[in-house]
Design a protein around this ligand. Structure first.
Ligand code: PNS
Length: 161
């Protein structure tokens, strides 16, 4: 489908769940932006620069994927850059309220903008960046949760925090 979509998130840090959604979106759509953004209700462990660097390595080889980062409203960015839809992963029912609220708010700001939810695959149903941060910071094994090529850097950073 020759559409431009955007996968927004904190990516603090990138997980295999994120990567699964990004790979599936890159097969379905012509162009996929990944937007590394500030979520004002969260205090990140990784800087924006670190998150972008990890993501860049994780998506290497996906030719129609481009990483962006900006301040301001996602829906306005989409309007200015010809983005047709937001693509987000939906894990369990617990994600739904939060994601639905964001989708509605984004649509109010930019009525042309759709939000498409892809269901998380069964391996990623339980997976979140906060879980990775917690397990990693306590010295636990996160190798099943994050892309292999960025595993060591994530472990190192979480141990320092
Ligand atoms: O991975 P997250 O933290 O659930 O992602 C949330 C994110 C970053 C997509 C959201 O906070 C966002 O879109 N921030 C950009 C500012 C914005 O547009 N806020 C209004 C969203 S309704």
């Amino acid at each position: 489908m020759n559409k431009t979509v955007i996968c927004p998130g904190s990516f603090d840090p990138v997980t295999l769940g994120h990567l699964d959604i990004i790979k599936r979106a890159s097969k379905m759509f012509g162009k996929v932006y990944i937007a590394v953004l500030v979520n004002s209700s969260k205090t990140p462990s990784f800087s924006i620069e670190e998150r972008i660097e990890l993501l860049s390595d994780a998506v290497k080889g996906l030719d129609n994927v481009e990483i962006v980062s900006f301040e301001g409203l996602l829906a306005e960015y989409c309007r200015q850059h010809g983005v047709d839809a937001i693509v987000k992963g939906l894990r369990a029912v617990s994600d739904f309220d939060y994601e639905f609220q964001m989708a509605m708010a984004n649509k109010k700001i930019n009525p042309e903008l759709e939000t498409i939810f892809l269901t998380a695959d069964s391996d990623s149903m339980y997976l979140s960046s906060s879980m990775v941060r917690e397990i990693g910071s306590m010295g636990g094994d996160i190798s099943n949760f994050v892309p292999e090529c960025v595993h060591d850097r994530i472990v190192k950073k979480l141990k320092k925090n």
